[in-house]
Structures are given as structure tokens and as C-alpha cells.
Design a binder for this molecule. Structure first.
Ligand code: NAP
Length: 295
């Protein structure tokens, strides 16, 4: 199988609505780079037959097959998303320390002929928090899935959090995250009021509030935030979720998921191309696209 010159791929399932192709292709066009980025669905590991790159194959073999084809020249690199961020690890030659710590890779690149797995979600998450004086504070994370794990690592390594509370409806997965990462405390939603009172950063790492169910909030009704915490929703559609709206009304600083989405893409872009992504112009392109989709 051959690829057009200098291709990048997103591998996941589903990928049909991913904004990554728009983000990367906008950046390539803005910088005049002769690269192309496209999204390709690969079924769950061991899952059903699916069509990928015009062929039909099974998930595990397809994932390995595409990873094997990364040569750093024609297929320069890939992003990996749900549900393959963990499953891709055995197919790589090396992991960066961050990918090893999170236990998942979202970016693959070639270094010295070796396929290296990295995780840019940690850097992407931290990017909008730079300069907000959040070091050594209490962090509350809602949800305990893949994104929550990256946020936990960011809270510990980037923010040196004094306390990391993982609030989840799925206590087994929260316990597993805390045990695997050797950090954090597990809490039920019933304990939220007490945790919110002293948290300086509250992060929604659940899909609650995501389009089209935009009137939902992961917080219980009338939840009271403490003294103006920063409230960060990883959801990027809508731009202001119900959680962020409630937080803004209570006087909190709010951050939406689009900043992280673009920052984690920019980190992959820098690794692959050696160039800075023009993030402001890319953000405008993504916002225009999302607005167009709504109308
Ligand atoms: P995930 O691995 O599927 O984890 C989702 C978490 O949310 C799980 O803990 C899940 O609990 C919980 N959850 C799901 N529905 C819930 C509900 N109705 N009430 C309470 N908890 C619920 O997904 P993920 O990859 O971590 O992604 C989480 C969110 O972050 C998604 O909205 C995703 O789009 C967003 N995200 C954004 C970025 C960005 O760059 N902005 C990056 C990554 C992720 P169960 O285990 O019980 O299902």
C-alpha cells in the first residue's frame, strides 16, 4: 500500500466528526506546507470488520498494519484516539516518559528510525492554564476515563496539585486510574459539595453537556462553587457548556475545551513539522466551522 506524499492520519472510532483534519489541514495551508491529514476509522480491537483506507480488515491487525507503515516520509505520523490510545502501545518501539506515565499515546512520530509514542493531551490541557497561578492548589476532576487520566498527570506534574480528587459515577474505573497513576483520591458525586468548597480548579472530563444534550451539566442542580475557582470543561462543542455558563454566573473564570483541542494538536504538529502551529488563525477556522454546522 502506498500513501500520497507526506500524509498524516487520525486513527480511531468514531472519527467522522473529528476536528483534527480541519485543524491540521488549516495549519498546513496557512504555512504553505505540502502535507495532508485525514481521519480513518479503525474498529475496536478484535471488533467487527470495517473499512479503512479502502480495505477491509480487523481492528488489531489494521492498527498494527497502519503503524507499521509509518516511515516518517510518506506516512509521516499519526494521531491515535478513542478507543486505540492504549491498544497502540505494543506496536511502538519507544514511549516518551509522559506517554508511559499516562499509559496512553495520542501521537506517533519517527525518531532515529524508531516509532515513538507520545501523549500531547497533558501539554494541551496545561496550555490554557499557563500564568493562572494554579500551582499547589486543590483540583477536582469529574470523570475517570482516558482524558481524566491525562488531567490527573497534568495536575500532578504540571500544577503540583496539593490534592487531586477524582469524582466518578464509576468508582472501579476511578480506583484503577488512581492506582495505575499512583495519585489522586476517589470520590462519589455525593461528596461534591464538600470538594467544591475548597477546589481551585474544577475539570469536567465527562461528555455531560456535549452537543446535542447541551442543557445538561455534570454538577448537581444549584451546586455552589467555592471562591471563584477556575472551571475547565474539556468539551469543545458547544463553546460555552451549561457547566461553564453556571460557573460564569457564579463569578468563576471559565475555560472551554477548544483551547486544549488546538493546543494538543499544536504539540503534535510541532513534533511532526518542527514548526509552530498558527493557533489563533486555526481557532478562528474551527469556530467558523462549528458555527456553520449549527446554522
Ligand atoms: P471516556 O474515556 O469515555 O471517559 C468518560 C468518563 O465520563 C467516564 O468516567 C464515564 O464514566 C464518564 N461519564 C460518561 N457519561 C457520564 C454521565 N452521564 N454522568 C457521569 N459520568 C459520565 O472519554 P474521554 O476520552 O475521557 O473524554 C471525556 C470528555 O473529554 C469527552 O467529552 C471528550 O470529548 C473530551 N475530551 C476533550 C479533549 C480536548 O482536547 N478538548 C481531549 C480529550 C477528551 P463511565 O466509565 O461510567 O462511563
Amino acid at each position: 500500500m502506498s500513501y500520497p506524499t507526506s500524509t498524516f492520519l487520525l486513527l480511531g472510532n468514531p472519527v467522522e466528526h473529528s476536528l483534527s483534519p480541519l485543524i491540521h489541514n488549516s495549519a498546513f495551508a496557512l504555512l504553505g506546507l505540502p502535507f495532508h491529514y485525514s481521519a480513518h476509522r479503525i474498529s475496536d480491537i478484535g471488533g467487527l470488520d470495517v473499512e479503512v483506507l479502502g480495505e477491509v480488515d480487523r481492528g488489531t491487525e489494521r492498527l498494527r498494519h497502519v503503524i507499521d507503515r509509518i516511515d516518517g516520509v510518506s506516512l509521516k505520523g499519526v494521531n491515535v484516539t478513542i478507543p486505540h490510545k492504549k491498544a497502540v502501545l505494543p506496536f511502538l518501539d519507544e514511549l516518551t516518559p509522559i506517554a508511559r506515565q499516562v499509559g496512553a499515546a495520542n501521537t506517533v512520530f519517527v525518531r532515529n528510525g524508531l516509532k515513538v509514542g507520545h501523549n500531547t493531551d497533558v501539554e494541551g490541557f496545561l496550555s490554557p492554564l499557563l500564568g493562572l497561578n494554579l500551582e499547589h492548589k486543590e483540583v477536582v476532576i469529574l470523570g475517570s476515563g482516558g482524558a481524566a487520566r491525562a488531567v490527573m498527570v497534568a495536575a500532578e506534574s504540571g500544577l503540583k496539585a496539593s490534592r487531586i480528587s477524582v469524582v466518578s459515577r464509576n468508582l472501579d474505573s476511578a480506583r484503577a486510574a488512581c492506582a495505575d497513576l499512583h495519585m489522586g483520591e476517589v470520590h462519589e458525586y455525593a461528596e461534591l459539595p464538600e470538594l467544591l468548597a475548597t477546589a481551585s480548579l474544577i475539570v469536567n472530563a465527562t461528555p455531560v453537556g456535549m452537543w446535542p444534550a447541551t442543557d445538561h451539566s455534570p454538577l448537581p442542580p444549584f451546586a455552589k462553587l467555592g471562591t471563584h475557582p477556575i472551571v475547565y470543561d474539556l468539551i469543545y462543542n458547544p463553546e460555552e457548556t451549561e457547566l461553564l455558563r453556571e460557573a460564569r454566573i457564579q463569578g468563576s473564570t471559565t475555560i472551554g475545551g477548544l483551547k486544549m483541542l488546538i493546543a494538543q494538536a499544536a504539540a503534535s504538529f510541532k513534533i511532526w513539522t518542527g514548526q509552530e502551529m498558527p493557533v489563533d488563525a486555526v481557532e478562528q477556522a474551527v469556530k467558523a466551522h462549528l458555527k456553520l454546522k449549527k446554522n
